[in-house]
Ligand binder design. Structure first.
Ligand SMILES: [Zn+2]
Length: 507
């Protein structure tokens, strides 16, 4: 998104046909007959028709959407992402679901940095404000995590700060408070710097990231000369789309919502993150058409997750109390095929991390724990609700939440290597948010196991929500459920953190 042309995005959307059909009741006698004659879904029957080959075939399709474009990704506002959500819309429509595009607007940014007439490749940080400041380029002392690192000359100038130790947001904030008109953060590892400030802050001034080599070059030039830097950062809101699909049958007042995000980051095609969750849901949706369910099953394919969980948040916050009450449970699936995987279940009861989900979340965790232990004999570990994926907005409104995750950038521990195999001391997904997050690096064994676990949940809750142990009053009292989500770092527990979303400020 950062280096993406706004004009191209508008052109890409100009031809997009919007479709928002209202869910229609079963009208024709033939449809009604088919619906009635389908067998009620059973976990083992749904699971056994899920195949690795079908997951992989769809993975190659999504990878193709990325690799057929110059960006080689499926980032929001790119042709690769547009191809993805159009494919999902058509796939779900072709399989008989009521499907609609849920439009919303998200921010996109473009930016440039010019120092004494020389253009330096720069990427606006997510949550930067717009602006065209010019000022003297001033190197910040040390690593820019303390106010005292910012010399007086920063005031009215453009701060040049090294990445590391504390979040980008802290540096951007300290630069702004020191009177800088712009902030340039340079990488401390090889390559360009594409980061996020985590959330908007009035103290921020236009802030971009540049590569390690560009940063080092500027630092050496500043040692002998005065330099003038000009930033041009433009943040624009553009439309994007969640795809919402629901079974035609089943009780529409008691809905299981399952969700996965459809966008990748800029760096790569995003097949584990989150082609894996997207495709697991597509394949389950397809195979589910051979069955009927007592409760309706809704599929939420979220856009703009990687830029701050925007799609799921807009959707959840846009639901009326009455519509929200129809969603009995939300289950989230984001990264299911990490190469150095763990089988992690969101810690709904808060037993491991002291961040419990709303009432009902503990039972959703138990369903997955029991399934892995008793049905397939696999170890699992809990993972914290640290609000880094699309369950956050639903949990914030009191909807019980759960889900599965195979790990992102955190390194596997020796204990986890005993439980799951793989390599201790290596990230669960070394390709996380990188160019290597492609089909060839998916762990298909973990992926199919997780897909079957999702199918088990869909079948179980498609029949009945009784195991959640919720009464009518629990749903009426959802709006009273408010819990401050503490930082996982404050928990004092070993944790596998984290999700993929950029919600947390990066360092
Ligand atoms: Zn993700």
């Amino acid at each position: 998104m950062k280096s993406f042309s706004v004009a191209a995005a508008i052109a890409a959307f100009a031809t997009l046909a919007l479709a928002g059909p209202a869910p229609a009741p079963i009208s024709s006698p033939t449809e009604a007959l088919v619906e009635r004659d389908l067998p009620l879904v059973q976990s083992n029957q749904l699971r056994r028709v899920l195949l690795r080959s079908e997951l992989l075939a769809k993975a190659r399709i999504l990878e193709g959407f990325a690799y057929n474009t110059t960006g080689r990704n499926r980032q929001i506002f790119t042709p690769g992402h547009k191809a993805t959500y159009e494919y999902i819309y058509k796939f779900m429509s072709d399989n008989g679901y009521d499907v609609e595009y849920n439009e919303f607007f998200a921010a996109t940014s473009s930016g440039s940095l010019v120092v004494d007439g020389v253009n330096i490749p720069a990427r606006p940080m997510t949550f930067t404000p717009s602006g065209k400041p010019t000022g003297r380029l001033v190197k910040v002392n040390n690593i820019g995590c303390e106010a005292s690192d910012y010399p007086a000359a920063v005031s009215g100038g453009v701060a040049l700060v090294l990445r590391g130790t504390c979040p980008f947001a802290q540096k951007a904030r300290l630069a702004g408070l020191a009177g800088a008109v712009g902030t340039v953060i340079y990488n401390n590892v090889a390559g360009p710097l594409d980061g996020t400030l985590g959330a908007a802050d009035p103290a921020f001034v236009p802030t971009v990231g540049i590569s390690d080599t560009a940063g080092a070059s500027l630092v050496s030039q500043l040692a002998t000369a005065t330099k003038t830097a000009s930033l041009d950062v433009l943040v624009t809101d553009l439309p994007t789309y969640n795809v919402i699909a629901q079974t035609k049958g089943g009780d529409k007042d008691n809905v299981l919502l399952v969700g996965a995000h459809t966008d990748s980051v800029n760096a790569g095609p995003g097949l584990n993150d989150n082609g894996s969750g997207t495709i697991a849901l597509l394949e389950i949706a397809k195979q589910l058409t051979a069955f009927k369910t007592n409760n309706a099953i809704r599929f939420g394919f979220w856009s703009a997750e990687e830029v701050g969980l925007v799609g799921s948040t807009r959707y959840a916050n846009g639901l009326s109390e009455a519509e929200l009450a129809k969603i009995t449970l939300y289950l989230n699936f984001d990264m299911l095929a990490s190469p150095n995987y763990v089988y992690a279940i969101y810690d709904g009861d808060g037993s491991a991390f002291n961040i419990s989900g709303p009432p009902g979340s503990a039972a959703a965790e138990k369903l997955f724990e029991d399934y892995f232990r008793n049905d397939v004999g696999l170890n699992t570990i809990p993972t914290a609700f640290d609000s880094r994926s699309d369950y956050a907005a639903f949990a914030a409104r009191g909807v019980p939440v759960g889900g599965l995750f195979t790990g992102a950038e955190v390194k596997k521990t020796p204990e986890q290597a005993v439980l799951f195999g793989g390599q201790a001391g290596v990230a669960y997904d070394v390709n996380y948010h990188g160019a290597g997050d492609n089909v060839s690096n998916l762990n298909v064994g973990a992926w199919i196991q997780n897909t079957k676990a999702i199918a088990h949940a869909v079948a179980t809750y498609g029949i009945s929500f009784a195991s959640l142990g919720l009464g009518k009053r629990d749903i009426e009292k959802r709006s009273e459920w408010v819990q401050e989500v503490p930082s996982v770092a404050d928990q004092g527990h070993e944790h596998i953190s984290s999700g993929c979303g950029h919600e947390k400020a990066e360092i």
